[in-house]
Ligand binder design. Structure first.
Ligand SMILES: NC(=O)C1=CN([C@@H]2O[C@H](COP(=O)(O)OP(=O)(O)OC[C@H]3O[C@@H](n4cnc5c(N)ncnc54)[C@H](OP(=O)(O)O)[C@@H]3O)[C@@H](O)[C@H]2O)C=CC1
Ligand SMILES: O=C/C=C/c1ccc(O)c(O)c1
Ligand SMILES: [Zn+2]
Ligand SMILES: [Zn+2]
Length: 361
């Protein structure tokens, strides 16, 4: 157990100040280390499309200054006196959620991501009344319940995308009984979440079809990620030939899109699992779900338990994410590239290697 520094630590993060989403260095204080808190020095943080939604206020609820980042891998540098799970020097991860009520039905069932009182790792308010700030920062203080150990055999930069993208695909496959080998799955949208979807589903022994908006990623999807088939969603002949062929589709498209072309790809009892965060209504006609008893559902990240599980799953299966590691001074360019669909497949920021405390404004 490490000693507790009773003072507030002043650190630097990169914050958006308004809905332009432009990030720049921002100095703020971390809360004092509480009894069950873990202080981590951030090593790496992945860039999720949700970071774009939030910094650019796509959902209309953004508060500024906002330090985004929720695929955080760090090294423990201090622990509170009642921290039992972690010690100084451990490499750990933090995802989308840093608090919950611990008392409601989802909390008691260990699916705390569905707690109505959950606390988001940024763009939220902590129990002390302070804004939460995310992982594009030199350090974070997080309650041990929301920290996971990064297992040996997983490089820290590799682990980062698993803390959101990885668990986001693993959780619904597990929850909806879709881990059986031999299933035929579709991954709609081959980005950060989608590429983990291909890898996780392949590791479960599924036949995986990528459904993409263009032909640009075909060779990579088939040759590098191991997909079995590739459909371009605007190609009516390809889509018609694939009708009634899939047990599930993981839909990661981050913008409004029609559901009917994808419902048509599902077999009877097939499931369309919505992942994209879209603040506009999506539509479909009812026979598209009735005739075939199809399900349209959604899923939100995964629990802490499932996060630990997906990390172990990736080690066991030798599964890695495909990442482009960048420094913090590239963060705005990386976000712009993510917005124009120009990343294969996840940016991960080398936070510790960027010496950001030296850039404080
Ligand atoms: N439900 C949850 O718990 C989670 C939700 N999310 C949400 O999932 C969505 C995807 O996140 P992420 O994978 O990080 O995002 P990415 O931007 O990395 O990937 C999205 C993919 O969707 C396709 N796409 C992008 N823009 C468009 C467009 N304008 N029209 C059609 N297709 C498009 C592209 O694939 P292609 O080139 O193949 O068409 C793109 O690669 C986001 O909305 C994010 O907020 C993320 C994590 C957890
Ligand atoms: O990237 C993870 C967060 C996903 C998310 C899902 C739903 C929602 O309303 C959000 O604001 C974020
Ligand atoms: Zn995310
Ligand atoms: Zn709760």
């Amino acid at each position: 157990m490490g000693s507790v520094d009773a003072s507030e630590k002043t650190i630097t993060g990169w914050a958006a100040r308004d809905a332009t989403g432009h990030l720049s260095p921002y100095t703020y204080n971390l809360r004092r280390t509480g009894a069950e808190d873990v202080v981590l020095k951030v090593l790496y943080c992945g860039i999720c499309h949700t970071d774009l939604h939030q910094t650019k206020n796509h959902l209309g609820a953004s508060k500024y200054p906002m330090v985004p980042g929720h695929e955080v891998v760090g090294e423990v540098v201090e622990v509170g006196p009642e921290v039992s799970k972690y010690s100084v020097g451990d490499v750990v991860g933090v995802g989308v959620i840093v608090g919950c009520c611990r008392d409601c039905r989802p909390c008691k069932a260990n699916v705390e991501q569905y707690c109505n009182k959950k606390i988001w790792s940024y763009n939220d308010v902590y129990t002390d009344g302070k804004p939460t700030q995310g992982g594009f920062a030199s350090a974070m203080v997080v309650d041990q319940k929301f920290v996971v150990k990064i297992p040996a055999g997983l490089a820290p930069e590799q682990a980062a995308p698993l803390l959101c993208a990885g668990v986001t695909v693993y959780s619904p496959l597990k929850h909806f009984g879709l881990m059986t080998p031999g299933l035929r799955g579709g991954i709609l949208g081959l980005g950060g979440v989608g590429h983990m979807g291909v890898k996780v589903a392949k590791s479960m022994g599924h036949h995986v079809t990528v459904i993409s908006s263009s032909n640009k990623k075909r060779a990579e999807a088939m040759d590098d990620l191991g997909a079995d088939a590739y459909l371009v969603s605007s190609d009516e002949a390809q889509m018609a030939a694939a009708m009634d062929s899939l047990d599930y589709i993981i839909d990661t498209v981050p913008v409004k899109h029609p559901l009917e072309p994808y419902l048509a790809l599902l077999k009877m009892d097939g499931k369309l699992v919505l992942m994209g965060v879209i603040a506009e209504p999506l539509s479909f006609v009812s026979p598209m779900v009735m005739l075939g008893r199809k399900t349209i559902t959604g899923s939100f990240i995964g629990s802490i338990e499932e996060t630990e599980e997906v990390l172990r799953f990736c080690v066991e299966k030798g599964l890695t994410s495909q990442i482009e590691v960048v420094k913090m001074d590239y963060l705005n360019q990386a976000l712009e590239r993510l917005e124009r669909n120009d990343v294969r497949y996840r940016f991960v920021v080398d936070v510790a290697g960027s010496n950001i405390d030296d850039t404080a404004a």
